[in-house]
Ligand binder design. Structure first.
Ligand SMILES: Cc1cc2nc3c(=O)[nH]c(=O)nc-3n(C[C@H](O)[C@H](O)[C@H](O)COP(=O)(O)O)c2cc1C
Length: 173
């Protein structure tokens, strides 16, 4: 098992994959990690659609300019917006739901990395078309797609700006 700090720092966005299939139980494990993320008021209004059918992946690729490479699996992270509004009102729907999805997806990315899998978060896709293709009902919104596969590249780490922490008060000068 990969040590936590290694997982946090060593995870990269992978955009080239081998065609080794991803088993259903692996996808289930990634979602098992995702659902242990915190959520506002413990709302847990995330829903996930795992896609492994090559034809369907090809169709999603055609409407997703940000989806690079040919991943053998995708996980589409959705939010049940009706449920989010019922549980958290306007804040739940417009804010917490989005933050919660990010939290769950980060868990998923780290769990995948710990298993030697590559992932990439994709926000650039046509939401309406993805909804139609995956028969996602009204009131449910696909927010992020995560590509999943055996990495065929080891991307270098994009630089991080370390100058982001202020102590006590924000120092704009
Ligand atoms: C909300 C979000 C949306 C992103 N959308 C895309 C995308 O559409 N296509 C893509 O190739 N990468 C996308 N990325 C990946 C980022 O480009 C990547 O995380 C960043 O360059 C840092 O690289 P690293 O993940 O290897 O550390 C996205 C990441 C996040 C968090």
């Amino acid at each position: 098992m990969v040590e936590l700090w290694e997982a946090i720092v060593g995870r990269r966005s992978v955009r080239a994959f081998t065609d080794k299939p991803i088993e259903r139980h692996t996808l289930e494990r990634l979602i098992a990690a995702a659902i242990w993320a915190p959520s506002g008021g413990n709302a847990q209004t995330w829903r996930f659609v795992a896609v492994t059918d090559p034809n369907r992946i090809r169709q999603i690729k055609m409407i997703s300019p940000g989806l690079l490479g040919d991943p053998p699996a995708l996980i589409v992270a959705c939010q049940d917006m009706k449920e989010a509004a019922r549980k958290g009102g306007k804040v739940g729907r417009d804010f917490l739901s989005i933050v919660d999805t990010g939290m769950a997806v980060q868990n998923l990315l780290l769990a995948a990395h710990a298993e030697g899998l590559g992932t990439c978060v994709v926000a650039s896709f046509h939401r309406g078309a993805v909804k139609r293709l995956l028969t996602i009902p009204n009131g449910m919104e696909p927010l992020l797609i995560v590509t999943v596969g055996e990495p065929a590249e080891e991307p270098p780490a994009p630089p991080r700006d370390r100058n982001v922490l202020f102590f006590e008060v924000y120092d704009a000068g």
